[in-house]
Write a protein that binds this ligand. Structure first.
Ligand code: APR
Length: 236
């Protein structure tokens, strides 16, 4: 912890790269932990349901799962989200790059957030591009449709879909130009997102994760623990 505090004190441009483990202390399960979404029993594996193919082939079933498991709209930011917003306000953190789609970093006050996998808070009609909020999607029944009759799709990167070019470019720029990269709450197993940390050129790579990751060996500091509890101890 004292090493992490020293690194943060000496950093002028921190970037935070996070995953589902950043939101578990807000009550949103992650995907691959033993109690994660992908280890819960379903007729169809969640990774199949959350795919481009399944969305268009079994839209009603997709939305049943999506409303039930992916729309956690009443969860609040935890100390990890709040501390990161504090570090940004203090001019020490330049960007949050997240794989999460829950919007909790923005809810905590973070301004520069690159959502590599999109957000449940953005939903668009595929015909007229009218936008709808997450509450509309949660309240919808069956397949949500626009008043023009078009199918509404969440702005979330499903398996088999491309990441947004602009978001990727900005996230990589941030990672390439920061002096400290803090990676937390991610199993670093889903590409291309997991490969982004290879673009880091700065001084200190810090990995905070409850379970070991494939990148533990290349980090300067590895802390196995809960990121909310750990960041709570940091003074800005
Ligand atoms: N503090 C620190 N680490 C935690 C915490 C916590 N409170 N809770 C869970 N973790 C760790 C787990 O040990 C696990 O290694 O967070 C990691 C979460 O890994 P995943 O569940 O694989 O989530 P993530 O890495 O974000 O998944 C990447 O996969 O399905 C896709 O698009 C989805 O964005 C997601 C992507």
């Amino acid at each position: 912890m004292s090493e992490l505090q020293t690194i943060i004190d000496n950093s002028r441009s921190i970037v935070f790269f996070g995953g589902a483990g950043v939101s578990t202390e807000s009550g949103i399960p992650d995907f691959r932990s033993v109690d994660g979404l992908y280890n819960q029993k379903y007729d169809v594996p969640p990774e199949t349901i959350l795919s481009h193919e399944y969305f268009f082939s079994y839209t009603e079933e997709f939305y049943r799962f999506y409303r039930d498991k992916m729309l956690c709209l009443y969860k609040k930011p935890n100390t990890a989200h709040l501390k990161l917003a504090e570090l940004e306000a203090a001019g020490k953190l330049t960007a949050v790059v997240t794989q999460n789609i829950d919007g909790l970093h923005q809810a905590a006050g973070s301004k520069t957030v690159y959502e590599l996998h999109g957000s449940v808070h953005r939903n668009y009609c595929r015909e007229c591009h009218k936008s709808f909020d997450a509450q509309f999607m949660l309240d919808s029944v069956g397949v949500p449709r626009c008043d023009c009759g078009g199918l509404i799709k969440p702005d979330v990167v499903l398996y088999g879909e491309q990441l947004d070019d602009y978001t990727v470019t900005k996230a990589l720029e941030a990672i390439q130009s920061c002096d400290t990269l803090i990676v937390a709450g991610t199993s670093l197993t889903v590409y291309p997102a997991a490969g982004f940390i290879r673009y880091f050129r700065g001084n200190k790579l810090v990995l905070i994760n409850r379970d070991p990751t494939p990148y533990d060996g290349s980090a300067d500091v590895v802390i196995h623990g809960k990121v909310g509890e750990i960041l709570k101890e940091i003074t800005v």
